[in-house]
Design a protein around this ligand. Structure first.
Ligand SMILES: [Zn+2]
Length: 491
């Protein structure tokens, strides 16, 4: 099987090839059981398309307007070495020795966490314990996911941090069809050149043809194709003969994969912090789907942290460059910038990734936001809606803080607060998504009033639920009454 030629992509029309998706008008939709894999597949397909087409902005616009013919696809394909995309080669660099390889089960290649034996690992992706088999098509997207999206932390000392930083947010542009989505996330080489800083000695060989050497993998030495498929491990796929039904795509396959063996590279990318939390001097490679943060400590991938994080809170900074605080700035991913500067159509933003807490994943995001193309004109409106949400969150948090004077065990009280805050943040997500749909049709003042009213109502509803639950516990009841009046005074 060759990833650039053969049908390996699971869709509503059965298995399709990249060429079929890009060169026909069939309404393909990806079909995978896990949103992690759905997201990884979108990244991988847009990256493969970048490697095949290597379009300029003008060419990319042409493909979006008039489509790509099968002949055009074949012509561009004839210019690259397709042998590196064969299933026994793709993203599998070989180690010179046999020692040190670890084994990961297929289930661990979805989110990165084993189910069962760690208290942090449960409940992340549904029915994890039912996942044990991948087919000969899906094993490649699982392998890609390991290198690009899964944090090395979950593999303990055998884990490596990849070129993106591991466990980071991904932002992509959503189109009207799968073909349009893939093309919107395809990197235009001339625009990329204008934003990236690469040395003249830069290499664009794929890493399974030429693994990186040394202790530090300098970002300025890594070309576009090399970085899009950058590796963090040597890989051996655990191929077994025999039929299976794949737990990832549901299709039948003549070969079975239950495991993958990995051995981490010796060097480090610029995405890895030093012990002092600073950049290690290699620089962060400009990965097209990774939003970044810049501070005096260096440039890093944006990693959402904490149980109550939700994508709406950082939405503005995922689309427009913003000050996070006095010391750091958030920069949208390259692909968002490419889209905003070259396509004057409404932006539909996909935000996906894991929310981490220490070495564990506490929740996942996979959200879609629609916003008008005239974003810069509406920046203030978007920020005001988000700020209204953040202010309301803070007011609710203050109201619950009254619980800490009850004298009850701090952990017990914290848990009550944390659960309620989580509920608010999750519900606020939907409210804000809905309000942002009107951002180019309504005045800033109206949007703000609407957001305030809806979010305040939600905060009160969450508070009331907690009050009702503890109405027979006198100390908690009294504390909540005080909190309630503080919440109701919120402007
Ligand atoms: Zn499969």
């Amino acid at each position: 099987m060759n990833l650039l030629k053969d049908p390996f992509i699971s869709t509503n029309h059965g298995k399709a090839s990249l060429k079929e998706i890009l060169t026909t008008d069939t309404d393909y939709q990806l079909q995978y059981f896990f949103d992690e894999i759905q997201l990884a597949m979108l990244q991988m397909l847009a990256s493969l398309t970048t490697v095949v087409l290597k379009p300029t902005v003008t060419e990319l616009k042409g493909y979006l307007d008039s489509g790509i013919t099968a002949e055009q696809y074949d012509t561009t394909l004839s210019k690259i070495e397709t042998k590196w995309f064969e299933d026994d080669s793709f993203m599998q660099s070989k180690s010179s020795g046999e020692k040190g390889f670890q084994t990961a089960s297929v289930s661990k290649l979805i989110s990165g966490i084993e189910f069962g034996d760690s208290k942090d690992a449960s409940g992340l992706f549904s029915d994890a314990d039912k996942v044990s088999i991948a087919c000969s098509d899906c094993i490649h997207v699982l392998n890609y996911n390991l290198h690009m999206n899964i944090s090395g932390q979950y593999f303990g000392r055998y884990g490596a941090t990849g070129i993106r930083g591991g466990g980071v947010l991904t932002t992509l542009i959503s189109g009207k069809s799968l073909k349009e989505t893939i093309l919107f996330n395809t990197v235009a080489i001339d625009f990329y050149d204008s934003l990236s800083v690469l040395n003249e000695s830069v290499s664009d060989l794929l890493m399974w043809a030429d693994p990186p050497q040394g202790k530090l993998y300098s970002a300025s030495e890594i070309g576009l194709s090399r970085g899009l498929f950058a590796l963090a491990y040597h890989i051996k796929l655990g191929k077994q003969e025999g039929n299976c039904v794949c737990d990832i795509c549901g299709a039948e396959s003549g070969v079975t994969y239950r495991t993958l063996d990995y051995l981490k590279y010796n060097g480090k990318y610029g995405s890895v912090k030093t012990d002092k939390g600073k950049e290690n001097g290699a620089g962060l490679w400009l990965h097209p789907y990774t939003p970044r943060s810049v501070s005096e400590k260096g440039v890093f991938s944006l990693v959402p942290i904490g149980l109550t994080w939700s994508s709406w809170q950082d939405l503005a900074s995922l689309v427009i460059e913003q000050d996070i605080n006095d010391n750091s700035n958030a920069i949208p991913s390259y692909i968002v910038t490419q889209f905003r500067e070259n396509f004057k159509v409404p932006i539909n933003l996909i935000i996906g990734g894991n929310i981490t807490k220490k070495a564990s994943v506490v929740s996942r995001v996979y959200d879609l936001y629609s916003m008008p193309s005239t974003l810069s004109k509406n920046t203030r409106r978007i920020s005001e809606v988000i700020d209204t949400g953040l202010r309301q969150k803070e007011a609710l948090s203050h109201a619950f803080n009254k619980l800490f004077v009850t004298g009850y065990d701090k952990n017990f009280v914290s848990r009550i607060k944390e659960q309620a805050m989580q509920r608010f943040v999750a519900n606020a997500q939907q409210i804000i998504q809905q309000i942002l749909l009107d951002v180019d049709r309504k005045e800033a003042a109206d949007l703000r009033t609407e957001a305030k009213a809806a979010l305040n109502k939600e905060a009160k509803a969450v508070f009331k639920t907690v009050q009702r639950k503890y109405q027979h516990d006198l100390p908690l009841f009294k504390a909540l009454v005080k909190g309630r009046s503080a919440l109701y005074r919120t402007k």
